[in-house]
Design a binder for this molecule. Sequence first.
Ligand code: M6R
Length: 615
Amino acid sequence: MCGVVAVIGKQNAGKLVIEGLKKLEYRGYDSAGIASVSSETLNIVKSEGKLINLINKLSEVSNSSLKSVNAIAMGHTRWATHGNVSVENAHPLTSENRVAVVHNGIIENYAFIKNKLMSEGYSFKSQTDTEVLPHLFTKHIKLGNNLLQAGRLVLKDIKGAFAFVAMSLDFPGELFVSRNSSPLAIGLGDKSNFVGSDAHSIDHLTQKIIYLEDGDHALINFEDVQIFNMNNEKVDRKIINIKAEIGLITKGGYRHFMEKEIFEQPSVIPQTISTFVKDNYEIKIDLNKLGFKNKNTLLISAAGTSYYAAMVGKYWIEQLADLPVIIDLASEYRYRKPSVFGQSAMLVISQSGESLDTLMALRHGKELGLNTNAIVNVEGSTIDREVDYSLYTRVGAEIGVASTKSFMSQLVILFLIAVALGKKFNNITTAQTQKICLNILALPSAIAQMLNMENEIKLVAQNIKNAKSIIFLGRGLLYPLALEGALKLKEISYIHAEGFAAGEMKHGPIALIEDQVPVIMFLVSDGNEDKAISNLQEAYSRGAKIILIADKNCIQKASFAHHKIEIPNFETDFKSLLSPFLMAIPAQLLAYHVANERGTDVDQPRNLAKSVTVE
Ligand code: M6R
């Protein structure tokens, strides 16, 4: 993970770097640091914890050249991989106070390089993999190489996924940058140039962006950016004009971004819907582009919450289109030799468009000859740029680490793909398609009604906030929601939580049930509700605290439940087919309120980052 920003050729470069880092905290927030060059000195300031600690530290550094007019600076916000969270392990990492490097990714062969460098007399101050980079630069510069030559030799030495920026006092007006699998954007200015982990981090400085390709490296000075491919050939990469996002996104009066993002769903989901539903009942998704000239098996791959959206998608596509769907965790797919028998298309799902596991799964699918597509929120992200066809969720930036509105919007697109495929392959009629489209248009108001249940959910949150472990149950379309409910709760409240298919309880997990363990079930009347209620009864008989979030009919049938939260009254077809949309709301609100009750850092929970760009 981690975010890097660099500025060359601008007054107050340090300050501009900090502005960029503020926009990159989604990539990691356990420590931060900044380096700049002034009067032949390398100035480094680093601090543990969030960026605000670095900003405070900078304001205390008296007469710091970092506060003054510096023409070259670079900064970093860290998500620890190698070495604990400490000032020593924060970036920039340096060598002999002459070279500094900020790095995102992992140098996989660092242990071997470190041993070699130590035997050559280099001493290490951190436990990071990154520290080999500045020492390698020093070593190659000492041998008489300029920054470009030294950088190329460093690239020969290292293996892994990385994006890094290096500066050296021996070449004070230059930066060497390179990327392999981790994202890196270069911004072009007037007698100034910039580097950022994403384009948004430098859009306060320029709208002209170049994305480096894998294996590229570049030498950047005030006036020029020279880009080379992995064979050291000079290359031109496309200059893209991006739109600057207006300032920093605010919480808009809410306590947390997550709360805001939950509550803005009724107003942003219409943006997803209107991109694909035209004239009220026509779905504009190019199924040929998606790889469906003929009936084929669809492969969907993703991570975390996006994977749970894929699970729901599988159930919908099988039900509405009678097409086989295989879902695969991106982190697993990449390292298998999967059979592509009967498959022509792969769909990856990623809010950020930068999850490395998902990107690598996509590349693997491509190598295996599949047509590649993505459901993605961030236009211009690496996944967006690499797939054959992107379907944009268009819900605006999601800042809270917990995915909420993105999940909802991914479900919308998956549902529409299922309906479009169902229509194309004559599994559903035009009349049914129109009815379903009208239902989807009614979705934002149904979500708004679900949000009205907040106070009841708050009471449940107060009741379970001290639990050691919580179990979520669901069946059918609501099984993935049980998994999502558990993920959401554990990532922001730090309470152990697991989701299970209700019918699986008796095959093992029921052993976890003891007195007062909260068991939360999402349930709607879909014809199979009696089976789910029997599963719930089994947990009740063993002393579990039963929390049922369900429609009226189910609540009446499961009157034994300790807490019953009745969802609003929706038409039967609507609620059974669209139940994942509805139940996403209590899953999100419950996690949010339990976390709030426990006083955790809701938007930036420990050990996590918004965009997971390491394997
Ligand atoms: O950006 P992506 O959708 O690729 O992210 C995938 C997961 O890392 C993400 O959904 C993660 O599980 C969320 N923090 C869950 O709320």
